[in-house]
Design a protein. Structure first.
Length: 353
């Protein structure tokens, strides 16, 4: 008997994951204290575990990935400095201009088509000190690279870019909102992946399934500065252990299963490749995101899919995005894939007719 879909299949983002019953139980029983005073034991445990997993000295729990990125950026630069970054990175496109408005830095963009700037791109973007020029202070990496369909960036690419940056006296930050997706997809240890990054921001509120929060890890001196910027940005939290407990539960239970999301995204991409009027945006190392171009305007595709109970997002006028996650199982993804294919096929058939 076929399954009846009573609720929409939501593929707009993996931020739409919700805590399951066990995570809610853990949150309800969390040991808490005042985190601004440094007295929340659950927050301490989350910070210590994330730092250990990433091979860093220290970590700080922040309310959001955007705050984690901005605090990391501000802690490692001065106003007027240059940050070298991929042109479609989250910090460029989706963080409300905080890099310029708050940190006062200049984003020097490169087109990192494989997910990370190449050594040649980093070297070309770095300009030697000159009284007339801003100082390149920070290389910004993103893994997975969400603007490029969440492609996983390899250890070799991360190492090579970081080596040039460090050789030029710059520090390196990794926006690792979906870093565990990258590690799972590549089959590498997550600490090895960011070994040469000075700071790393990881979301627990995307595919890992916690409701709120990110963790910034790095050397102890820099994390002290990041913590200061967290307070400046209004991110000081009180009994935050309720949220930290969810992050710990996510780390303990939801990392390995990210492979299921990757498999579901591959299923979706396969169906869309076989659909007339669709061009899937191909990446070398896909994870849990599928981007595709439609001959129809994105707004029309979104509306038609929503009418049939499938929610997806737009990247631009003709490019759309689907993100698989733990709250959408394989059967739901199959349903969504064939629903989207039918919507787009119907339009193609009408156009031919």
């Amino acid at each position: 008997m076929s399954r009846v879909w009573s609720v929409p299949v939501d593929l707009r983002s993996d931020t739409f994951t919700t805590p399951d019953a066990e995570m809610r139980r853990v949150m309800a029983g969390a040991e808490v204290g005042d985190d601004v005073w440094g007295e929340d034991p659950s927050v301490h445990r989350l910070e210590e575990e994330m730092a250990a997993r990433l091979g860093k000295e220290a970590a700080v729990f922040v309310p959001s990935g955007t705050m984690g990125n901005l605090a990391s950026l501000a802690a490692q630069t001065r106003p007027g400095d240059v940050v070298i970054v991929d042109s479609v990175s989250h910090v460029v496109i989706d963080e409300a201009g905080g890099a310029g408005a708050v940190a006062g830095v200049i984003l020097r963009t490169v087109d990192a088509v494989d997910g990370a700037p190449t050594p040649a791109q980093v070297a070309a973007a770095f300009r030697p000190p000159d009284p007339h020029r801003p100082i390149p202070r920070l290389l910004w990496l993103e893994n997975t690279n969400g603007g490029r369909a969440a492609t996983a960036v390899t250890v070799e690419a991360m190492d090579a870019a970081a080596a040039v940056a460090h050789g030029a006296g710059m520090r390196v930050h990794c926006d690792g909102a979906r870093l565990f997706n990258a590690a799972v997809a590549l089959g590498v240890d997550v600490a090895r992946l960011v070994r040469d990054c000075d700071t790393v921001s990881v979301c627990v509120s995307k595919g890992l399934g916690a409701p709120v929060g990110s963790v910034v890890s790095g050397d102890a001196a820099c994390i002290t500065e990041v913590r200061l910027w967290r307070l400046r940005l209004g991110g000081g939290m009180r009994q935050a252990g309720i949220l930290a407990a969810a992050g710990l539960h996510a780390l303990h239970n939801n990392v390995d299963r990210l492979a299921d999301d990757h498999a579901n995204a591959a299923l979706l991409a396969g169906v869309l490749r076989d659909t007339d009027g669709v061009t899937v945006y191909e990446v070398p190392r896909p994870t849990n995101m599928v981007m595709f171009d439609s001959v129809r305007p994105a707004r029309d595709v979104i509306a038609a899919a929503a009418d049939r109970g499938v929610l997806i997002g737009a990247v631009d006028d003709h490019r759309l995005r689907c993100v698989t996650h733990r709250d959408v199982d394989r059967a739901a993804v199959e349903h969504a894939a064939h629903t989207l294919s039918a919507v787009l096929h119907d339009w193609s058939a009408t156009a031919v007719g």
